[in-house]
Design a binder for this molecule. Structure first.
Ligand code: 26Y
Length: 820
């Protein structure tokens, strides 16, 4: 068996067991004879945490000692999932733990199952941040993540009578993976006013005064790399009331109630993750969260830099800050404020430092997801920052005016301030102006941002400022951890586990595509993973699904642009087709299990309707005796990272069917292919690059191309657009009440039929069902299907987040790994 470096882990199972027993008896103050699964989880994770923290300390000391450049990844979301399994694998000590736990009477899977997911994110953007932390540590880059320590992560989803119900996700009851740093605090100011005075030399000095103070407390989460002692830090800020004199006075003067209310108001800032994904709602508390987190992080970064006693112009040589979408854009303004108002630098010198420090990653072109804040709100909450934003904009527009004289329309178009009613601050434009590099997350997406939303900025700043870094995923969690048997099989053919650190080594598998024994094991592993998911479905929903059927999976946030409605309309079409067949004809059909999962934002009514329709279709189809195993429709409750680890390895086919040009990249598409599943998808996001890598004969592509979308929408609005006849039959069935109250689904149908079909569901319907038919046929030829799966996996090396992080490091951050 494979074991890891000598730095951490455990010598042997006895060594591990001793530590577990010690933690049960002392840290938990329980008897080892009265140790249940929960206590076993607590003690085991504490045992691993002790090892982690030693590596973490050494890594941090070394980074400080060598005074090397660090990258700071600012993200409002880190969708980490569980830490215990990951820590065992990254420390190379899972086998030892497994044996030790067995001796104590536990199955390791049950113990792993005790942990609550750290679900501090919505979807792709948050999970990408988590994969990046894994790669940064594995590749030995000096890096910190900065985020918020939400008391409530993304809500838990329950399905009641076919409807989504949201339940709060309180996850901090017992969290051994964080270290409170009560001594690391930052005072954060809100509201107040700005005093401008002239100093003796006539220079204007701005002072931000008054208002409300809130304290940020640091919580550190060690993030271990794989097969390296490097352990980086994720610092999450928690808010609490500032203990100023003011509160004391209130308290002593008997105003107990209002002093408690102040405390609660402060704690509210880090209380809850906003559950919207790709939809901007412009809430004041969200802006407060953004500033709170950004100000605390920058204070921390600047404090660390100042210890080195370097000159300010060396700041960008020591510090790179990456903005995960526009959510941390205020960091640009805050650093300019610190440099000018607090440190007394000249504007231009400060701005040079700021723009050399930041990089900005864009994750969307959807207009409804682009952040804008009302000028009045920014003025009220952050009066000094608004002034600085206006100055940044003024100098920027002056430079544009100089290069493009008398182009008023251009100035209006690129202004950071949108001259609307009310006026708005365009955060994406501020991020572009304040960064030295702007990247999209897949080739198509990076091209699109340069030709649409940032077109004018490409002309102004030049093409070199804009670049692409195609997303990736960590093969440690998404192959080795989620699919240990496949990982082991690959290791047996690829000369060991090196491929987990250099995923391009997967190409060694191409040599074994025709190896009978290998193919047999491959198929057995897929089947076993399907059996496992079938058991999970049985235990949670009470539905029997046949593991031999084709498992067709679409799991991701529910969103109209991701088109779960296209999928479920396709399922209804399949059901109607099967019903119209004779029993003999039916016997010839490929059995299928259509599996859905994903959360709808609580205020996204249409997305909730889609969930409701999927559940109602399942309720009818799953108990139809004519249909039996030919079709089952499953909605899995509460899709999250740890469920993805069960679902992903069990898929034969996964759906990535967004309207072309809308899904920036997608990352689950990569996870599914890496686990030996094929894709049905549109020419969108990273699907295009996956096709380039694995070959078009190994993917089922369909639908409108991105360059044709605009024209079709134009036709929808101004011309005739008869609805697809097969889709019309589906609508007819829904409207006849086949799937419950038709009124419940009126808006879904209307969006396609009466309101311009913005997402091109009707346009793509026929090619979608034709392609699904091809899938059925090809699945019947299992030998050919397995060849495609193996060949695809062999060619997936490009999609490791290690490749992606190396591209950021070289092209954007200019940092190098620190030798260990
Ligand atoms: C404005 C705010 C409410 C907001 C909050 C969350 C806006 C966007 C988001 C989340 C966006 C997101 O998850 N985007 C996804 O990022 C992935 C990683 O780059 C991409 O793979 C995926 O296509 C994109 O939708």
């Amino acid at each position: 068996a494979w074991t890891k470096h000598e730095f951490s882990g455990f010598k042997n199972k006895d060594d591990f067991e001793r530590e577990v027993v010690r933690h049960v008896e002392t840290t938990l103050a329980r008897s080892i004879y009265n140790c249940d699964e929960s206590a076993a989880y607590s003690a085991s994770s504490l045992a691993f945490r002790d090892r982690l923290i030693k590596d973490w300390n050494k890594t941090q000391q070394r980074q400080t000692f060598t005074d090397s450049k660090r990258v700071y990844y600012l993200s409002l979301e880190f969708l980490m999932g569980r830490a215990f399994d990951n820590a065992m694998l990254n420390l190379g000590a899972k086998e030892v733990a497994k044996e030790g736990l067995a001796e104590l009477g536990f199955r390791i899977e049950d113990i792993i199952g005790q942990e609550h997911d750290a679900a501090l994110g919505n979807g792709g953007l948050g999970r990408l941040a988590a994969c990046f932390l894994d790669s940064l540590a594995t590749l030995n880059y000096p890096a910190w993540g900065y985020g918020l320590r939400y008391r409530y992560g993304i809500f838990k989803q329950e399905i009641i009578d076919g409807y989504q119900v949201e339940v709060p996700d309180y996850w901090l009851d017992f969290n051994p993976w964080e270290f409170p740093r009560h001594d690391v605090t930052v005072e954060i100011q809100f509201y107040g006013h700005v005093d401008k005075r002239q100093d003796e030399n006539g220079k204007t000095i701005a002072k931000w005064e008054g208002g409300e103070m809130v304290t940020a407390v640091a919580y550190d989460v060690p993030t271990p790399g794989y097969d390296t002692p490097s352990t980086n830090n994720l610092r999450l800020w928690s808010s609490k009331a500032a203990s100023g004199e003011f509160d004391f006075q209130k308290f002593n003067s008997g105003d107990y109630e209002s002093s408690v209310a102040d405390q609660q108001r402060a704690e509210t800032i880090s209380a809850v993750l906003y559950p919207n994904d790709n939809l901007d709602r412009g809430k004041e508390l969200r802006l407060k969260q953004q500033y709170f987190w950004v100000a605390a992080s920058l204070y921390d970064i600047v404090r660390r830099f100042k210890k080195s006693k370097r000159k300010w112009n060396e700041f960008p040589d020591q510090v790179a800050i990456q903005l995960n979408d526009t959510h941390p854009t205020l960091a640009i303004v805050e650093l300019q404020r610190i440099l000018v108002d607090v440190e007394g630098l000249e504007w231009d010198e400060a701005w040079q430092i700021v723009t050399s420090t930041f990089g900005y990653t864009n994750h969307t072109v959807l207009p409804e997801a682009l952040e804008k804040w009302p000028v009045g709100l920014v003025q009220h909450l952050l009066p000094r920052h608004l002034q600085i934003i206006y100055d940044i904009n003024l100098f920027f527009l002056q430079s544009v005016e100089k290069r493009y004289p008398n182009d008023r329309d251009l100035l209006r178009r690129v202004s950071i301030i949108e001259e609307s009613q009310p006026k708005m601050v365009r955060m994406a434009y501020l991020a572009v102006v304040g960064s030295h590099k702007v990247n999209g997350v897949a080739e198509l997406h990076s091209d699109l941002i340069q030709t649409t939303i940032f077109r004018d900025f490409v002309a102004i700043f030049g093409e070199d400022k804009f670049t692409n870094v195609t997303n990736g995923i960590t093969p440690r969690r998404w192959l080795h951890q989620a699919n240990p048997r496949l990982s082991e099989l690959i290791a047996s053919k690829a000369d060991g586990y090196e491929f987990l650190k250099d995923l391009t080594l997967l190409n060694k598998l191409e040599l074994f595509i025709d190896d009978k024994e290998f193919r047999k094991e491959w198929a057995e592993i897929k089947y076993a993973n399907k059996v496992r998911l079938a058991r999970y479905i049985k235990s949670t929903l009470g539905i029997n699904v046949n593991p031999a059927a084709l498992f067709d999976v679409q799991v991701k946030r529910i969103h109209e642009y991701k088109r779960q409605q296209l999928n479920i309309f396709g399922v209804i079409h399949r059901y109607l087709t099967l019903k119209a067949m004779s029993p003999e004809e039916r016997k010839m059909q490929q059995p299928r299990v259509s599996i859905f999962g994903g959360k709808a934002a609580p205020g996204y009514w249409m997305a909730k309707q889609i969930i409701h329709l999927i559940n109602n279709v399942g309720a009818l189809v799953n108990k139809d005796p004519d249909i039996g195993d030919l079709l089952k429709v499953i909605f899995l409750e509460d899709y999250n990272v740890s469920k993805a680890e069960i679902i992903t390895p069990a898929s034969d086919l996964s759906e990535h069917i967004s309207t072309a040009g809308t899904e920036a990249s997608g990352t689950s598409n990569m996870k599914f292919v890496l686990n030996g599943g094929l894709i049905i998808g549109t020419c969108d996001g990273a699907n295009i690059e996956i096709t380039r890598e694995i070959g078009q004969e190994n993917i089922f592509l369909f639908g409108t191309l991105s360059e044709d979308v605009e024209d079709l929408r134009h036709v929808h609005t101004y011309g005739e657009h008869p609805i697809d006849p097969n889709l019309a039959k589906v609508f007819d069935a829904i409207e006849r009440g086949m799937f419950g109250e038709p009124n419940d689904f009126k808006a879904m149908i209307s969006a396609v039929r009466d309101h311009g079909d913005y997402y091109l569901v009707s346009d793509d319907f026929q090619s979608y069902i034709d392609t699904q038919k091809m899938v059925d046929e090809e699945y019947q030829n299992q030998e050919e299907w397995i060849s495609k799966c193996i060949r695809s996996v062999a060619r997936m090396g490009f999609f490791s987040s290690d490749r992606c992080i190396n591209e950021y490091a070289e092209g954007i951050w200019n940092i190098e790994p620190l030798a260990v």
